[in-house]
Write a protein that binds this ligand. Structure first.
Ligand SMILES: [Zn+2]
Length: 360
């Protein structure tokens, strides 16, 4: 009997997946494994996106829990999913409702300790019309400074000076938005939304169509890390304050709910997100969507880790001698090696999932 919640948190993609599948089996759930058609895991073996469903197929209301949208952030979401199963999630779901656990939406990123997928694409910027994607002029102006091709101290100092000048003119939040909003013109850059629907995006749509399109009431929690204050969890909504879905989110999750579109959140407004995709897919039913975002380390540390990871994979190559330390750095930025942080992350997740289960 595990009582220490941090024990649910995994040490790698492979062990995370087997712990999740074991917990599903112990709860009497049969999963569906979707194998990635091309990308391989860091251990050379296949990658999978797994789903498991609790409750009847024709349920009128549903809760979807997504882990690993941003690869390396999947340690958190996976740990939560496995922990919830161990603590009797299957017994807490009302008879007329269902809960779908989607494990490792971006298994490549999870396995390689990267935020992006096998094509350097950010899954949570990928849901756009790729024939005419959104334009991000501010990113364009800063592209070389955001994702430098040289990460020596001198080069980074020069790049940071350029970003600081932008921030002094336009404000710190405008800089954050320029960097992280999503961009579709620099495939080697950061927060690249891709040139086409990713495998993960297509699988997510399939799951929606097969399992959720007929549901009258859908709640989604997408588990993320890396933004905000260490150990604090925010429920990021992309709905505007006063709107019906925002008010529903507030009723469920209270003060944790912050609208990124209204500038309340630790996140800037974003393009091509899963939240926006679900809002267009869901034609008749009622959708309440939030990303649980757990703060980890300082924003500048997260950003530096992302730039180094980008340089490693796009310029230097994964076999470079700096690979191990960069990998450790990016993993630490999204998954602090701290029992205290994991307890807080677990507590926040447990609370928001509990509130959603009550409302099913
Ligand atoms: Zn994320």
């Amino acid at each position: 009997m595990i009582t220490e919640p941090s024990a649910y948190f995994p040490t790698g993609y492979r062990s995370a997946r087997s712990a999740f599948l074991k917990a599903c089996a112990a709860a009497g759930l049969r999963g569906i494994a979707r194998a990635h058609p091309s990308a391989a895991a860091r251990d050379g073996k296949p990658l999978f996106l797994d789903t498991a469903t609790i409750g009847p197929r024709d349920a009128g209301s549903a809760l979807l829990l997504i882990s690993g949208t941003h690869g390396v952030e999947g340690y958190f979401g996976s740990g939560v999913q496995t922990g919830l199963l161990h603590e009797g999630l299957a017994r807490r779901v009302p008879k007329t409702a269902k809960v779908i656990l989607l494990h490792a939406l971006n298994p490549y990123g999870f396995s390689w300790d990267r935020r992006v997928n096998e094509d350097n694409a950010d899954i949570n910027r990928n849901f756009v019309d790729h024939a005419s994607p959104p334009v991000n002029k501010a990113y364009e102006a800063l592209a070389d400074a955001i994702a430098p091709k040289d990460i020596s101290d001198d080069a980074l100092t020069a790049a940071n000076a350029k970003l600081r000048a932008y921030s002094e003119t336009h404000g710190a939040f405008a800089l954050q938005e320029a960097i992280s909003r999503g961009q579709y013109d620099f495939p080697d850059g950061l927060y690249f939304g891709g040139r086409r629907p990713s495998w993960s995006a297509r699988m997510l749509y399939d799951i929606f169509r097969d399992e959720l399109a007929q549901v009258k009431k859908l709640m989604v929690i997408d588990f993320h890390t890396g933004l905000g204050i260490h150990g604090e969890g925010e429920m990021i909504s992309e709905d505007l304050p006063g709107s019906a879905p925002y008010l529903r989110a507030k009723r469920l999750w209270g003060a944790r709910v912050k609208s990124s579109e209204a500038g309340e959140s630790v996140s800037a407004p974003l393009t091509g997100t899963i939240d926006k995709a679900f809002a267009t897919w869901m034609r008749t039913g009622e959708l309440t969507f939030a990303a649980l975002e757990m703060g980890t380390v300082a924003a500048r540390e997260v950003f530096l880790a992302l730039r180094k990871d980008n340089w490693l994979h796009r310029i230097a190559g994964a076999a470079h001698s700096a690979a191990t330390s960069i990998r450790r750095e990016i993993r630490g930025a999204f998954y602090p090696d701290s029992r205290d942080w994991r307890r807080k992350a677990w507590a926040a997740a447990h609370e928001v999932v509990g509130a959603a289960l009550e409302a099913l």
